[in-house]
Write a protein that binds this ligand. Structure first.
Ligand SMILES: Cc1cc2nc3c(=O)[nH]c(=O)nc-3n(C[C@H](O)[C@H](O)[C@H](O)COP(=O)(O)OP(=O)(O)OC[C@H]3O[C@@H](n4cnc5c(N)ncnc54)[C@H](O)[C@@H]3O)c2cc1C
Length: 498
């Protein structure tokens, strides 16, 4: 086990936010040490589990082509990319967070989204349109919807590999199985971290520290304490290493807790998925095509408007709704009319799925469900569908139910064409929303409202951006934007102090 070198800037964590911070600090001429709690084989945090979908404002195809020069004329001709303006991005953040998102941080997130992806591209990260998951082909043309158009080449693993390659080129040191435990701080600010590495605890001095080591989603005790009873039962979608260390360390030296501490991002996730993420499956345990079917709980009842909005604007809050159902599960039910629309994650080998040629037979196979009540629910649902309104998966089509206590507002299709399919889901937590308060330069703020000299933060552990819900693809964008800002500021501060 090698000795940990001291550095101008120590970055805690090795996911997207941390590596962006490390690269930006190195751009300033600072020496940088990255501390990764995970072993090398599991490096990359939640970032590595993602599909790499990243939300970015663009005014038109030219902005997209700047990020994806490989886009060819035929692809452009066969696709309606539309626009996703800064105003739309800002409005989406405000709307889904019930107007609580910090406006200054949101403004920065939105305005820096495109320039930050250009910066990442220059570092060697590739991008491409998300043809598979975010656009349906109707009338021979793809149409993108829901503000999410770009993904990193190779998904999360590709993004992590590209960031590590860039870090190697910029001579950034990475220490694995190096868990930061405490900040070294005094009245003048932060001067380094206490690290457990190779079975020994030692002090690593630094001129500035960037905390980018995730939220507390993998900590069952903190989940129960802050999110509430029942959250200990959620499955963790990603890394087992994000247990709130960065938040705890900063609070211990007087940082201000900020944001939605009882809130988190959580989705419908295979009922039989392991307790923590499996890198071989990635995000494949998620089941996000519920807008084209219905969801039934153990009582055989629907419990949510599956078609309230595009999945990008509902999936992150529906995990919570599933957790509240009896025995914390639901079955998603589809018929032949929509199975061609189901996302790729429905076709993984490790799936909890049943099929049948009649509804009665299907419902009898739904473990734990009141089949009689479920049949009555589906019949009532079928009778309530406005079949006169045309179905269109690319727009909020208004094809809805009428007269049900729980409506389905879009994409309502009668469930009557065999074969029928059902998929069992429970709640999978992605990341927590509460965390630290930062300035627009990524500096951590103390509980008296003053920046703590030498301490910066980025990524999941920043509070104040997300409340209740989240627009898909914003986690990576926020990590990149605030990682770059925090790293650049830390690098400048460290160089200034040298
Ligand atoms: C299955 C899944 C799919 C997702 N899909 C998407 C998507 O498509 N698009 C999107 O925008 N977002 C997605 N997200 C959310 C996204 O992963 C996160 O928002 C983002 O990756 C967080 O980046 P981060 O750098 O803050 O944290 P992470 O990437 O989780 O990195 C945290 C790092 O800190 C390390 N660490 C923890 N504690 C310590 C410690 N004490 N000392 C040292 N290191 C420590 C961890 O090992 C890890 O390397 C998804 C998440 C999951 C789980």
């Amino acid at each position: 086990m090698t000795l940990l070198p001291s550095a101008d800037v120590v970055v805690v964590g090795a996911g997207n936010a941390a590596l962006c911070a490390a690269l930006a600090a190195a751009d300033q001429g600072a020496s940088v040490l990255v501390l990764e709690r995970a072993p090398e084989a599991e490096r990359g945090g939640n970032t590595r589990f993602t599909a790499g979908a990243i939300r970015c404002a663009y005014a038109g195809v030219d902005d997209l082509r700047a990020l994806m020069p490989d886009l060819n004329a035929a692809e452009i001709a066969s696709t309606d990319f539309g626009t996703y303006t800064e105003d739309q991005f800002f409005d989406d953040m405000a709307r889904v967070t019930e107007y609580r998102a910090d406006p200054d941080l949101t403004d920065l997130l939105v305005r820096r989204s495109h320039p930050t992806l250009l910066w990442l591209r220059a570092k060697g990260v590739g991008f491409r349109p998300i043809w598979g998951r975010q656009a349906f082909k109707v009338g021979g043309r793809f149409k993108f919807w829901g503000g999410l158009t770009i993904e990193a080449w190779g998904g999360g693993p590709g993004l992590v590999d590209a960031l590590f390659a860039a870090a190697g080129e910029q001579r950034i040191e990475v220490a694995y199985e190096a868990r930061a435990l405490e900040l070294l701080a005094d009245d003048q600010g932060v001067h380094g971290v206490q690290v457990r590495h190779g079975g020994r605890t030692r002090a690593v001095p630094a001129r500035a520290v960037v905390l980018a080591c995730g939220g507390f989603e993998a900590n069952a005790e903190w989940r129960t304490r802050y999110l509430g009873p029942g959250w200990d039962l959620a499955k963790v979608r990603g890394t087992r290493f994000n247990t709130g260390d960065g938040i705890r360390m900063a609070l211990a030296i007087g940082a201000m807790p900020w944001g939605h501490w009882s809130g988190c991002h959580a989705v419908g996730w295979d009922r039989n998925a392991p307790d923590f993420g499996d890198l071989a499956v990635g995000d494949g345990f998620q089941k996000h095509s519920y807008p084209f079917g219905i969801m039934l709980n153990a009582n055989g009842e629907r419990f949510v408007d599956e078609g309230a909005d595009f999945r990008n604007y509902t999936y992150a809050k529906y995990g919570h709704v599933i957790l509240r159902q009896p025995h914390q599960f639901a079955w998603q039910v589809f018929d032949r009319n929509v199975t061609h629309l189901l996302r790729d994650e429905y076709r993984i080998r490790q799936v909890t799925k049943v099929t049948a040629d009649t509804l009665e037979e299907l419902l009898a196979k739904l473990e734990g469900v009141n089949a009689e009540r479920a049949l009555a629910t589906i019949r009532a649902y079928n009778a309530a569908v406005r079949t006169d309104i045309p179905f269109n998966p690319n727009v909020k089509d208004g094809r809805r139910t009428e007269g049900l206590a729980i409506p389905k507002s879009n994409w309502a299709i009668t469930i009557d064409a065999p074969p029928f399919e059902a998929y069992q889901v429970t709640c999978g937590i992605t990341f927590t929303f509460g965390g630290l308060r930062i300035t627009t330069a990524g500096q951590v703020i103390d509980s008296d409202g003053r920046p703590i000299p030498g301490l910066y933060a980025a990524g999941e552990l920043v509070g104040g951006l997300f409340y209740f819900n989240y627009p898909g693809g914003t986690g990576l964008m926020s990590g990149a934007v605030f990682g770059q800002l925090a790293g650049a500021a830390a690098g400048q501060a460290a160089r200034g102090a040298a």
